[in-house]
Structures are given as structure tokens and as C-alpha cells.
Write a protein that binds this ligand. Structure first.
Ligand code: GRG
Length: 297
């Protein structure tokens, strides 16, 4: 398998399948619809829906009930990026090589586009549940999505991150790990667990997928910290060095670049070994986990 080609192919297919879940009905609220569309289709690796679908297939899922959840998690991920880029948070002007949503549409419209994407995600999943009222897996998956995106997940991690950014604030490794596990890890965990649950995996198997997601999330965020130091604006699609400029404590400031690289590799391999302990064909997932160690953006 040429993993790069496979990822590109899957990302394109995911993009096509997400599209129909986005709003299209024209109305006076056209601007916010345009801003949602701009944000979702500005690029992006489509990693979360890719993980979700691969996990679904790993546990024998064959239907398209996973698709609304794939669309929903990408909408939630995109809303989080749109809000994270706002002047009140990171105040970033570029992402994925393009102007951020607030830089293009203004701050108010970016807040609304983020809000609308979050709502649209839940609308999308609710429609799927209404279409299959007999399938309790959809309800379980919905509950996981909501929890992992909320205060016990991504929003919780972002809260501690925002509070820790006050200049001169010393944050310990424990707090850093908490931030990474929730801010970055929670949606990756959700992707793997939701795929498993929708395909009918057992509680134990879903738990293992969650553990793999936790390790992967940590590795992914540490790699993000590394790229902020070692990459370029051209490759990353956003300015580098933002953590240093904001005097932000990161894994790299705690452990140094070399150790951080080693830990990304070790964590990714731990994630793979958890995967390998679960039955079900997962060649692509394994390759994807390992590919992310060396990712350049
Ligand atoms: C605003 C509630 C709220 C949360 C924001 C996701 C997030 C939390 C902040 C974004 C900044 C950041 C460094 C998050 C860590 C996770 C991460 C590396 C996100 C980028 O994910 P990719 O690389 O993005 O999958 P693409 O563009 O490929 O979709």
C-alpha cells in the first residue's frame, strides 16, 4: 500500500461524501452558509472522518450509517479551528494556506459560522437517528460525540489551555498532558470509538480503541508542537513559531526537540500495539498511525 496515495484518495472521497450534509438552501442567511462552506472546504487532512471510517470497517461495518457521523466530526473539528483562530483566542490570520474565517468574513460571522457548524453537526446526527430509530448504536455514538466535544473533552482542554496562556504562567507537565489529552485527543478518541460502536464492537473493544486514540492524540499534538518549531509557513499553511512568540509552554519546551521526536514515535508505536491487540483487519489504520509520526503538516 502506498500510504500517501491512499490517504489522498480517501480524503478526496470523504470530502465528496461530507458535502451533501452541508447546508445549501439559499436564504437571507447566505453569508453564514458561505462562511461555513469556506471553513470546511479550505483544505484539511480529513483525519478524524478517515479514522472513524477505518475503525468502522475494522469492526466489520459495511453500511453508510457512519457517514453522517464522519461529516459531523469534521464539522465539529472545523468549528473548533475557526473559533481557535479568532482574535479572542490565537488571533491567527492563516490556516491551511488560506485566510482564516474571521480574516475573510469578519469576526462576528466567524463566530456564527463556528456556532452554525456545531449545530449542523448535531442536526446531521439527529437526522440519522430519526431515520434509524431502531438502531441504538446511533444513540450511543451521538452521546460519545457530544461528550468528547464538550467540557469533558475538547472544550474542557481548550479552557485550561486558554487559562494557561496568560504570560508568565508556569504550567506543569501534568496540566500540559491534561490539555493535550482533552483538546486534541478527545476528538481522535471519539473518531475511533464511534466507528467501533457503530459497527457493533464490544465495550471492551471500544475501550481499546479509546486507549489507542489517547496515545495517538498525544503523539499528534506533540508533533504539532514540533512542526511549529521546525516547519515553514509554506508547508504548514500557517505561520510557524507562534508558540514561541506567545511564550507558550509546549511539549518541546519541556522535553526538548529530540526527546519530543522520540516520544512521538514511542506513543505512536504504543497506539499501534493497542490496535494490534484487537481483532479485525487494520492494515490501513496501522499505516496511518505510523505515517502521522513523519507528517509534515
Ligand atoms: C475553540 C472549543 C475550541 C477548541 C479549539 C482544535 C483546537 C481546540 C484548537 C486548534 C489548535 C490546535 C493546535 C489544536 C490541536 C489539534 C490540532 C493539531 C488541530 C489541527 O488538526 P489537523 O492537523 O487539521 O487535523 P486539518 O487542517 O488537517 O484539518
Amino acid at each position: 500500500m502506498n500510504i500517501e496515495q491512499e490517504i489522498t484518495h480517501r480524503a478526496a472521497s470523504i470530502e465528496e461524501r461530507i458535502h451533501p450534509y452541508m447546508p445549501t438552501e439559499p436564504g437571507l442567511q447566505q453569508t453564514v452558509i458561505d462562511a461555513m462552506d469556506y471553513s470546511v472546504f479550505a483544505g484539511g487532512k480529513r483525519l478524524r472522518p478517515m479514522l472513524m471510517e477505518a475503525s468502522y470497517r475494522m469492526f466489520g461495518g459495511t453500511e453508510d450509517t457512519v457517514e453522517p457521523f464522519m461529516a459531523a466530526i469534521e464539522m465539529i473539528h472545523t468549528y473548533s479551528l475557526v473559533h481557535d483562530d479568532l482574535p479572542a483566542m490565537d488571533n491567527d490570520e492563516y490556516r491551511r494556506g488560506k485566510k482564516t474565517t474571521h480574516a475573510k468574513y469578519g469576526e462576528a460571522m466567524a463566530i456564527l459560522a463556528g456556532d452554525a457548524l456545531l449545530n449542523r453537526a448535531y442536526e446531521t446526527v439527529a437526522q440519522a437517528m430519526l431515520a434509524h430509530p431502531e438502531d441504538s448504536r446511533l444513540m450511543r455514538a451521538f452521546a460519545i460525540l457530544a461528550e468528547k466535544a464538550g467540557i469533558y473533552g475538547m472544550v474542557g482542554g481548550q479552557t485550561v489551555d486558554v487559562e494557561s496562556e496568560k504570560k508568565g504562567q508556569e504550567i506543569g507537565r501534568e496540566k500540559l498532558d491534561f490539555i493535550y489529552r482533552l483538546k486534541t485527543g478527545a476528538l481522535l478518541e471519539a473518531s475511533l470509538v464511534i466507528g467501533a460502536v457503530l459497527a457493533g464492537a464490544s465495550e471492551e473493544e471500544a475501550g481499546r480503541m479509546e486507549q489507542a486514540g489517547t496515545k495517538l492524540g498525544l503523539a499528534f499534538q506533540i508533533k504539532d508542537d514540533i512542526l511549529d518549531v521546525t516547519s515553514t509557513m509554506e508547508v504548514l499553511g500557517k505561520p510557524i513559531g507562534s508558540d514561541t512568540r506567545n511564550e507558550k509552554s509546549t511539549y518541546v519546551t519541556f522535553e526538548g526537540l529530540e526527546q519530543a521526536q522520540k516520544d512521538v514515535k514511542a506513543l505512536s508505536e504504543e497506539a499501534v500495539s493497542i490496535l494490534d491487540g484487537v481483532s479485525g483487519e487494520h492494515d490501513f489504520l496501522r499505516e496511518l498511525f505510523l505515517y502521522l509520526i513523519g507528517r509534515e503538516k
